[in-house]
Each structure stands twice: as structure tokens, then as C-alpha cells.
Design a binder for this molecule. Sequence first.
Ligand code: SF4
Length: 391
Amino acid sequence: MLPLHTRARVKGVRDTAIVKVLTVDEAVQAEIDPERCLIWLDRRDGNDLEKTGRPWAGIVFAGDLESKVADGIAVDRIETPGVVAPGDVIRLTELSSRVSVLYRRGSNSNTMLATERCNSFCIMCSQPPREVDDGWLVDEMLETISLVDRDEAQLGISGGEPTLLGDDLLVVLDRARRLLPNTELHILSNGRRFADEAFARTVCAVRHPKLTWGIPVYSDCPEIHDYVVQARSAWDETLVGLHNLAKFKANIEIRVVVQRPNVERLGELAYFIFRNLTFAGHVAFMGLEPIGFARANYEKIWIDPADCMDALSDAVFFLANRGMSVSLYNYPLCTVPVELRPFSRQSISDWKNTFLPDCVGCTLRDECCGFFRSMDGKWKSRAIKPVTGES
Ligand code: SF4
């Protein structure tokens, strides 16, 4: 579990720099503007650098450079080893020692933040929305996309609510379509803005070949869904939005965060999804992430996974038996009945993921999703225990 930020000695940055870190060998072969590339030095003296004859933006050295080896940006004395490595895209800011990783080569969970603004206010939101002017994030996404490895398997976009970007979202999607057409692009959205058919049509017209919209439906009952998202008529808008997206042939994933208000009707929700949202390519039932509003609303939302499994079992098998693709996210395997485990995925982003001392000796450790790093004792299921035999 590597964090996405570290401290370092940073010199030579004006305003903000979004740059890619590459080894010398990679950099000379890469089709990349040299002025957007920091060279990863293995040796303090940086001799190899001179041979390239290119105006690189600067250098990165994990240890102490001691003396200047090149003009431009210099990053050294990296506090947390491994946080920055060749292939990564990083953000540096003038007069700041903070180094932020925007894209990590080899990570299972690279996600770009589109905006902190949102038109919902979900009771278990892990990234509580803020009404701020954060239009600069659009430029950051555009720059990041242009520096992501072209063979990257997947890239996420989340918020806040990405569709609030309006036309700027089209620009971002178009850049991803042109530069990363083979990358699975996954966007988390509440889907409400797609109730506007013209907007749905325009967004879908970008036609990124591997774009999926992950959209939550928390209940078949509008009142429960609207309570969870804390917005009147949200269920109506999301459902119309989903049908508009389907009309324009978008790939759709339905996301159901399982929590106290919706657990009793999971069976009805599965029936509803099968009857009304059959076009969804995937349905994910998800355990809670104990951070953000989820922590503040613990009493309202927490239910031990051990108490959800009968309802989850009914819902998952109802859909799977009718040919729909279904997954369980964020449920440690020891909380999941044996027959449901084939649906479990290692869903927790690598930089948020951890395991407990309880997991020592567990035979399922390598297949298990483990826990969110933000979990503490009151979010721990009573079913957690190492699996040592067949169950
Ligand atoms: S004991 Fe730990 S590794 Fe084993 S199934 Fe439970 S959470 Fe996963």
C-alpha cells in the first residue's frame, strides 16, 4: 500500500508542473515533449543525461543529489521510498515540498478527480462534495491523459459528479478517445444529468471505444434511493438517465452500495434491475468505505456484512441465474459464504488497501480484497477470521 503523496526537496518549479517520470532509455524512445519529462536518475552524477542532448524538464533522484546535475526542475530526498517511480505522472507545485502522484504505472486503480462539486449529497459519500471553483482540474486531467502510458489497461474518472463539467467533459473524453483508445475508461456518475436526452446524446457521440459509466441505483423504491442520495427526484432522473444512455448505446455498470436503508429490499432491487435495466453490462454490490460522510452517518448506514449475506445471496443469484454479470466489491472473503465467493473481486484500490493481523495464516489472503485503510474496530465484521480449511 503506497500512498499517493510524499515530501521531497523540490527545486525549479514555477506555478504547477505536471510531468512524467521516465528513465533515460525510456525517455529517448518515448514520443513525449522533453519539457514535460523528468528523468529518473539511478546515479547521483547524472552523466547519462548529457548524452541525450534533449532539453528535459529536469531530474528525479530518490536520494540526495548533493550538487546540481542539470538545469530545470530537481526533485530529490524523496521521503517515502517507492511513492515515485519511472512511468508515473506527478504534480509539483512552486514553493511546496509535496509530490503528488496523479498516475502510477502498474497500479490497479488510477483515477482522475474531475471535480469536487456534486448535485447529490449521499449519506455514505466517501468524497464529500465541496462547492468550489475547481475548473483547474479539467486542465489537470487533460495533461494527465496526455502523459499516461499508451498501453495502460484502465483509467478511472470520479468526483464529485463528473457530468457537472458539461462541455469540458466532452473535451476530456475526446482526448482520452484520441490518446488512450485501448484503455478501459470507467466514469463514476450519479447519472442524473443524463435525464437530459440531448446531453446524453452529445456525451455518447464522443464514442470512446472502451468507456463504461458506473451509476448507482440504491433501491427499487424511489424514496429509499432519494434518501440515500439526499436529493428529491434523484431516482427519477437517474432512471431516465440510464435509459437515455442505453438508447445511445453506452456501456453501463449498476453500482449498489449495500447499507442499512437498502439491505431489506435487495431482492426487490435485483428483480427491478433484471426487469428494467437489463441492458446493464455489469451489476456490482458493494460494501461500505468507512470514510467521509460514511463515518459521520455510521449509525444510519452500518450493517455488519454478516447480516447482509442472505439478502446479497438472493440478489446475486437472482441476477446471475438470469445471465447478468454480477460482482461483489469490498467484502472480505471470510464474510462471504463459500457459494458467493466466485463473485468476489479484489476491488479496493491498492493505495487504500490493507489487511489485519487476523489475516495472518489465512489461506484466502492472496484472493481476498482485504480492507479499506480507513477501517477501524467499529466497522469490523464479527465474521472476520482466518480461513484455514474449506470454508
Ligand atoms: S481473514 Fe483476512 S485475508 Fe482471510 S478472508 Fe478474512 S479478511 Fe480476507
